[in-house]
Design a protein around this ligand. Structure first.
Ligand code: SF4
Ligand code: MG
Length: 331
């Protein structure tokens, strides 16, 4: 699969009264064309900050501290604002958790959709009005809703409008940060189905962010797990279901009810994520990890990349085997 987005060593920090918070620390991953890539982890792990860094929505005091973001061959971090604005919506669009953050409360839906089109195609004219109606149909909303203000629509309808807007310029990447979290389950299911249908139809890639791991296992091709600002594992959906390698990923999966098969007792991960101003040395997960070894508190695990994905944990050596398997194989 050819790569659409490549994130290399992305680091984002912000100053706080107590010191510098390293919210995202050396995060690297890529997304293929037409791929749905998920980022998961407990709240505060840096997944939304990563997304905001990619689409340049970081607001002070948050700042890009290093790294590179390449979309379709274009380095985004160095692009002048004016050129980046052209790219936003046309190559990459964003759907945030609350539709109210995406929509202007004092403008009717029609003008918001038309504005999005005309901003990139100043000559669209009458065509833009027609396109706005098509976009509404695309997300199963009646065209007469174009004359509504955002507050006159339900939460689910508003989120559909935002998705329609994100589709307006046929982008190659859509970033979705908890797009259905604020909605009730039935509405949520309808919207997820719609997103998958549109993805199938247009073939764009998705960076999908949620804390809802079961949902992610249903819809994403590959999943990255973040812990305390770092990416600790990347694996395909199948690998995630059949047995992720990182102890944190294993703990995270055990804190949700299983999607299939017999019910089991839910086990949360003991303790809580660390303070990112003074994170623990070595592996940041070591104070909570049941499998921690001596080296875990002093040495940061290297990222092992192999055909199963990538994992940053001392349990795995270069061949991607667990220490036990590796020593058994050597004997
Ligand atoms: Fe646990 Fe050590 Fe692996 Fe960290 S590196 S997840 S502490 S075993
Ligand atoms: Mg978030």
């Amino acid at each position: 699969m050819s790569k659409l987005l490549q994130v290399q060593n992305l680091s984002i920090e912000y100053a706080s009264p107590r010191g510098v918070v390293k919210a995202v620390d050396n995060v690297s991953f890529s997304i293929g064309k037409g791929e749905i890539f998920g980022l998961a982890g407990e709240s505060g792990c840096g997944k939304s900050t990563t997304a905001f860094g990619i689409c340049r929505l970081l607001r002070p005091p948050a700042r890009l501290a290093g790294g590179s973001v390449v979309l379709d061959g274009i380095e985004l971090t160095e692009l002048p604002d004016e050129q980046f604005d052209k790219l936003r919506w046309s190559k990459m669009s964003i759907v945030l958790q609350s539709a109210m953050n995406n929509l202007n409360p004092v403008l009717k839906i029609r003008s918001q959709l038309m504005d999005a089109i005309v901003a990139h195609e100043p000559d669209a004219g009458k065509e833009a009005a027609k396109r706005a109606e098509q976009l509404m149909r695309l997300v199963d909303l009646p065209a007469d809703r174009l004359d509504s203000y955002p507050h006159e629509l339900s939460g689910g309808m508003r989120q559909r409008v935002v998705i329609a807007m994100a589709m307006a310029m046929k982008p190659s990447l859509v970033i979705m940060d908890e797009p259905t979290t604020a909605l009730d389950v039935v509405v949520q299911n309808g919207i997820i189905r719609k997103i998958l249908e549109l993805q199938e139809q247009f073939g764009f890639s998705i960076l999908f962010i949620t804390h809802d791991l079961p949902l992610m296992l249903e819809m994403c091709d590959r999943i990255g797990i973040m812990y305390a600002g770092r990416l600790v594992e990347i694996a395909s959906r199948q690998e995630m279901k059949s047995g992720p390698r990182h102890p944190y990923t294993q703990g995270l999966l055990h804190s949700f009810p299983p999607l299939y098969g017999p019910k089991r007792r839910l086990e949360g991960i003991p303790g809580h994520p660390p303070d990112l101003i003074r994170p623990p040395g070595g592996c940041r997960f070591h104070p909570r990890c049941a499998r921690a070894m001596t080296q875990c508190s002093s040495r940061e695990p290297a990222v092992l990349a192999d055909e199963r994905g990538q994992v940053a944990c001392h349990l795995y050596n270069e061949e991607g085997l667990s220490v036990e398997q590796a020593s058994a194989a050597r004997e």
